[in-house]
Design a protein around this ligand. Structure first.
Ligand SMILES: [Zn+2]
Length: 116
């Protein structure tokens, strides 16, 4: 999903913003951006990525309500139960290199990840 096009108010026009999460979290992010728009949150995204199997949503703040902060925290927590590849229910898994991701059973198996 092209979040920069859909929610341009949250992205600086003059800076490259890295979004490196996979498609399975698009629904979660879309919901988050919709809520932030409803909240009229005045923030700009710095980077969106996955770390230790969880969404990391880095942002700079101009004027953001406590509720908007809470929505971001909640999305980050919810991501650890959603497969990053397909969006189905997932759990945190690890591989032999010690990488941690959140994946459903099928995608964990496909990628050689095991339950923690
Ligand atoms: Zn999956």
């Amino acid at each position: 999903m092209n979040f920069k096009e859909k929610y341009p108010e949250f992205f600086p026009q003059d800076k490259y913003v890295e979004i490196s999460t996979e498609e399975g979290w698009d629904g979660l992010l879309d919901q988050l951006f919709t809520s932030l728009r409803t909240e009229k949150a005045d923030l700009h995204v710095l980077q969106i990525k996955q770390k230790f199997g969880q969404l990391r949503f880095y942002y700079g703040v101009m004027n953001v309500s406590d509720r908007a902060h809470a929505l971001i925290d909640l999305a980050e927590r919810d991501s650890s139960r959603i497969c990053e590849v397909c969006g189905e229910q997932g759990q945190r898994v690890t591989n032999k290199n010690g990488w941690i991701k959140t994946l459903c059973e099928k995608h964990a198996q496909d990628a050689g990840f095991l339950k923690m």
